[in-house]
Design a protein around this ligand. Structure first.
Ligand code: NAP
Length: 384
C-alpha cells in the first residue's frame, strides 16, 4: 500500500471525532514543567534559604539565554546576603546565587555567539541557584574543553577576583612577596595558583591550622594559623621588612595591620569584610567593632607612606563586561595550559543548602563549596 492509499484508508474525521480528540489531548497533556529554586525569604539563620518549586518554563528574551543549570558556586557573599550584610541583592524574597554552570537550552533574539547545547559559566549579581535561569548572554562564558560543571561553577567569581586583585591592582612581579588571608578558601586557592604563574613569588597564607599541609603542597611557603598566633609577628619574623602585597578580605583592624605590614611601594587591596561574620545571625557588636576600627588615612599620610590602598568589588563592576571578558579569556588560557584548576571542597544538593553554608561558615572548606540541583551520584560524593 502506498502512503497515499494508506492515508485514504485511514478513518476520516467525523463530526464527533474532534470532541474525542480534545478529551484525549486533555488527558495526555503533559504536566506543567516545574523547576527548583533556592530563595532567601528573610535575613537570619540557615533556615532562611528555602527550596521552592516554581511552575512554568522561562523563555529568553532579546539578548538572553535560557540555561539548564548543572552546578552552582557558593560564595562568602551568599553567607553575608543571608545575614542582610550584602548590598547587591534585590529586595526579599530573592533567589540567591552569583555563579553557575550549565547547558544553553534556548537562545533569544539577537544572540549570535551562543547556541543550544553550549556549555557555559554564568555570572550574575543574584538569582542563579535555580534549575533553569534566564540571563543576558553577555553574562555567560563558554567553558573550555575538559572542564567539569563543578569546576565551571567554581571559576568565575574566585578567579576573576583573584586575578584583578593580584595583577590589575597588585601589579605582582617576579620575586615579590604576598600575604593571602583565608588562603585555603575559594579566592585564596585561586590567588595561590595565580601567584605561582609569576616567578619566585613568596606566599604567606593565613588559615586554620588543619589546612596547613595542603597550603604547603599548593605552594604557600609560610602558612600561619591566625587563630593561635599573631600573624603580623609571624610575617615579621621571616621578613622583617614586611611584604609587597596584602590581600585583605577581612576588614576592620586587619586593614591597618595590612597597611603597616607593607614594604615601601607596597599595596593592600581590600575586597571583603569577613570579620563581620561571627555567627548564624547578624552581630551588631561585630558591626560596631568593624566600623570603629575602619581603616582611615589622610591624603598627606598616604603620600608620605609610599603605599597604595585599593578597593575591589566584582559586584560593583556590573556593566563592565568587556573588561571582565578580557580577564576571563586570560584565565581560560591559564586553565588550558594547566596552570590553574579550581579545587572543589564538596558538592551538595540544593536540598542541603544549609549544610553547604555551614561547611563554609564553620571554616571547614578547603577550596570551593558547590551546590547542584540534582543529588550527586554516590561515587561523586565519595570522590569529594
Ligand atoms: N570583593 C569581591 O568582589 C569579592 C569576590 C569574592 C570574594 N570576596 C571576599 O573574599 C573572601 C573569600 O571569599 P570566598 O567566597 O572565597 O570564601 P572562602 O575563603 O572559601 O571562605 C571560607 C573560609 O574563610 C575563612 N574565614 C575567615 N574568617 C571567617 C569568618 N569570620 N567566618 C567564616 N569563615 C572565615 C575560613 O577558613 P580559615 O579559618 O581556614 O581561614 C573559611 O573556611 C570573603 O571575604 C569574600 O567576601 C570578595
Amino acid at each position: 500500500m502506498s502512503a497515499e492509499e494508506a492515508a485514504a484508508a485511514a478513518p476520516q474525521p467525523s463530526e464527533e471525532q474532534p470532541k474525542e480528540q480534545e478529551r484525549g489531548a486533555e488527558a495526555e497533556k503533559p504536566p506543567e514543567p516545574t523547576y527548583k529554586c533556592l530563595v532567601l525569604v528573610a535575613h537570619g539563620g540557615y533556615d532562611k534559604v528555602k527550596l521552592q518549586v516554581r511552575k512554568g518554563s522561562p523563555a529568553p528574551g532579546s539578548g538572553q539565554l535560557l540555561v539548564r543549570v548543572r552546578a552552582c558556586g557558593l560564595n562568602f557573599a551568599d553567607l553575608m546576603s543571608r545575614l542582610g550584610l550584602y548590598d547587591r541583592l534585590p529586595p526579599l524574597p530573592a533567589p540567591l546565587g552569583m555563579e553557575c554552570s550549565g547547558v544553553v537550552e534556548a537562545v533569544g533574539e539577537g544572540v549570535a555567539d551562543r547556541k543550544v547545547g553550549d556549555k557555559v559559566m554564568v555570572l550574575n549579581n543574584s538569582g542563579l541557584w535555580q534549575e533553569v535561569v534566564v540571563v543576558p548572554a553577555v553574562h555567560s562564558f563558554i567553558m573550555p574543553e575538559g572542564m567539569s560543571f563543578e569546576e565551571g561553577a567554581a571559576f568565575l567569581v574566585n578567579y576573576i577576583s583573584a586575578y584583578m586583585i593580584l595583577f590589575d591592582f597588585g601589579n605582582l612581579r617576579p620575586s615579590q612577596s604576598v600575604l593571602i588571608h583565608m588562603a585555603a578558601g575559594g579566592v585564596g586557592t585561586a590567588a595561590i595558583q595565580l601567584c605561582k604563574t609569576v616567578d619566585n613569588v613568596t606566599i604567606f597564607g593565613t588559615a586554620s591550622g588543619s589546612k596547613h599541609e595542603i597550603l604547603k603542597e599548593n605552594g604557600v611557603a609560610h602558612p600561619i594559623d591566625y587563630r593561635t598566633s599573631d600573624y603580623v609577628e609571624e610575617v615579621r619574623k621571616i621578613s622583617p621588612k614586611g611584604v609587597d602585597i596584602v590581600l585583605d578580605p577581612l576588614g576592620g583592624s586587619d586593614t591597618l595591620k595590612a597597611f603597616n605590614l607593607l614594604k615601601p611601594m607596597g599595596k593592600v587591596i581590600l575586597y571583603g569584610a569577613a570579620n563581620l561574620l561571627t555567627g548564624q545571625k547578624k552581630n551588631l557588636m561585630a558591626l560596631a567593632k568593624i566600623w570603629w576600627n575602619q581603616f582611615s588615612i589622610s591624603a598627606l599620610q598616604l603620600i608620605h607612606a609610599n603605599k597604595a590602598v585599593c578597593g575591589f568589588h566584582l559586584g560593583h563592576l556590573e556593566g563592565e563586561w568587556e573588561l571582565i571578558g578580557g580577564v576571563v579569556a586570560n584565565l581560560i588560557n591559564l586553565y588550558k595550559q594547566g596552570k590553574i584548576k579550581p579545587k572543589i571542597d564538596s558538592v551538595w544538593p540544593f536540598e542541603q543548602v544549609g549544610d553547604a553554608m555551614r561547611q563554609m561558615q564553620d571554616k571547614k572548606n578547603i577550596g570551593k563549596v558547590i551546590l547542584v540541583p540534582e543529588t550527586p551520584k554516590q561515587e561523586n560524593k565519595e570522590e569529594n
